[in-house]
Design a protein. Structure first.
Length: 322
């Protein structure tokens, strides 16, 4: 596979639109783009995003915020160079509570964001997910794997919305020649995650900091791999600035069991919490680990932040929130 050429488009100061720009990853992307010299327009309706994540940007002349649901028509009366579509609930608690909104932002929201990119002749990136692989039958998961997803299960609203979003992105690429990118994001963690969002990192850290039992589902042998947010954003930026239209996994291939991770969090927080076991939720993936061969070849990217370092930063953030 040839290396993708990485280049910044020849614009004096590019303008980026980030949907979901007040969310955990969206807000980190906004910060990164501003540091790279972009003008940034963030769009969010605060369903799962927070004004706290972008409050530090108040008064920044290169930053504009629009409170809007991205499933509605996006009208901007200025040139746009890049559209980064990050809007979506992204944790099991969110998409179990908001299944229809999750499906709408993945379908209608992606349609509106692609329409904006088409109208502005802008490059487009969809934030897809490792969830499109479902409960995988191949390990680790390469981009060529088509997945094992229960379309009518409780996680189907999220999995299928992202699979549809990828299909719609490629349809716009093929029919309308939109310059598209697809990133498949694996488990990511860091500051600005919501304490109660249901994902394992904030759940374990908040339980440990409060001295409550740390809840491990099943027997704790299911695996995940965790990528620190700054590594992820760097990889996504490299993908947008590359020339590949193929999906690219971005994540950390260092794999560990949930039981190992629970012990690591208890150690890192200095907590006296005990571990308790509860039944495994329906369709919970048994293994999750990215094959990042494509990211290494095309983007010359791989994660750099070690888990111990990233967890220390994340715990410091959560100590202020507990």
């Amino acid at each position: 596979m040839p290396k993708a050429k990485i280049s910044v488009r020849s614009v004096k100061q590019p303008t980026s639109v980030v949907t979901g720009g007040a969310g955990f990853l969206g807000s980190h992307l906004v910060d990164y783009l501003l540091q790279r010299g972009h003008k940034v327009v963030a769009i969010d309706n605060f369903v799962t995003g927070s004004v706290d994540n972008i409050a530090h940007l108040a008064g920044n002349k290169n930053f504009k915020f629009i409170e809007q649901d991205v499933t509605e028509y996006l009208f901007l009366d200025f040139p746009v160079n890049y559209v980064w579509h990050f809007a979506s609930p992204a944790s099991p608690i969110d998409y179990l509570e908001l299944p229809i909104q999750t499906l709408k932002v993945g379908s209608l929201g992606t349609h509106k964001a692609l329409g904006l990119a088409l109208n502005k002749s802008a490059r487009f990136l969809i934030a897809s997910t490792s969830e499109i692989y479902g409960d995988p039958l191949i390990h680790p998961q390469p981009e060529t794997y088509w997945g094992n997803v229960n379309t009518i299960g409780p996680r189907g609203c999220y999995d299928e919305s992202k699979r549809f979003a990828e299909a719609l992105t490629m349809a716009y690429h093929r029919e309308h020649k939109v310059d598209t990118r697809i990133v498949r994001i694996f488990n990511t963690y860091g500051p600005r995650m919501r304490l109660n969002d249901g994902r394992v990192v904030p759940a374990f850290i908040s339980q440990a900091l409060k001295g409550k039992p740390v809840t491990v589902f099943g027997n704790g042998e299911q695996t995940r791999s965790f990528c620190y947010c700054s590594d992820l954003i760097e990889g996504i930026y490299r993908l947008m600035m590359s020339s590949t239209h193929e999906p690219v996994n971005i994540g950390n291939p260092t794999e560990m069991t949930m039981l190992q991770f629970a012990h690591e969090i208890i150690r890192a927080t200095g907590s006296k919490s005990k571990i308790v076991f509860k039944p495994l939720p329906q369709d919970d993936p048994k293994q999750r680990k990215p094959d990042i061969t494509r990211a290494r070849k095309l983007l010359q990217w791989e994660p750099k932040v070690k888990l111990a370092e990233g967890i220390t930063q994340t715990i410091a953030y959560f100590r202020k929130k507990v």
